[in-house]
Design a protein. Sequence first.
Length: 377
Amino acid sequence: MRLENSLEFDPSSESEVFFEQFEHRPAVFALFSERGTTPGSRPYIGRTRNLHRRLRRVLRRTEGHSRLLNLRAMTRRIEYQYAGSGFEMQWLVYHLTRHYYPRQYRARLRLKAPALLKLNLRNRFPRLYPTRRISKDGCLYYGPFPSRAAAERFAGEFLDLFKIRRCVDDLDPDPAHPGCIYSQMRMCLAPCFKGCSDGEYHEEVERVVEFLATEGNSLERSIKTERNEASENLDFERAAQLHRKIKKIHDALALKPEPVRNVMDLHAVLVLPGSQNMTVSFFLMRSGKLLGPGSMDLGENVSSPLSLDERFRLLFDELPRKADESPGAASWEHLSLFARWYYSSFRQGELVMLSSPAQIPHARLIRICRKIVADPN
């Protein structure tokens, strides 16, 4: 993998004129100890908000004893690429590190699997629980959450609306089983002591899946219908009870971050500041996998026979060709990078959730692009 720009560096030469070539802009850089593109050479990889200042610091001439990092003596070539946002820098560093350090890149990047909720459909009596392991096992995964604790809070709150089990045992239904606190409180169908049939339990699991797929609308609609019927029959106590249940649905959904959904249905567009003035960068997320980046120049001096709608269509048609197919990439790594960006307190850019990767709202993207171009920070 190569960055856009490359320069040879001579440690014995004068430095000041050399450093004037680098702009005071965010960038990713790689410092090589060999000239040219020697196979097997492993660089020092970094990112910075100010490339000029950072390179002057790490490649300065040494004056006496100093504990500050100095790579002047080992550097023979510099590769660099300007970036418009923190996420784009993170994306470049991820690919560089994985390319040059294929066995160590996760540890170097402190990359860990995101927090998810797993509905284990392989079990006779499926249950929902937090996990950081994702695999192609036919189960359903929901996320990403900012932390395992956040996933547990959401699961604990919304599962009170259903009666699937919370226990961790592999159940072998037996009428002699003593049950647990949830079965005693009628908050579980109690398959442990044959309190329900397998079919009844799986119907409840389907209700959970539908609740998550519809952002709670499926359950809210049915409860509102019951509440209206109770009111019409003058059963106000029952209507009040159902009204409290609707409030509990809203309280549970308030704990769910916007991107959280079945990972296979996680489609979105990340709209980010571009590396050049009046440009915007895009990443398309399709089933939890990031494609991109793509860039568009929105400057007034850009002459194009195509409308903005057509330019957007061509850009998003091109992004799948930039799919990350490198060997060794785990299915969770893009989700982890996305979660790190989305839940950051200093996030740049905006997220547009999609119902389908083929249904991209061009008009909304144009409004967001104009906003980002006007104020990239």
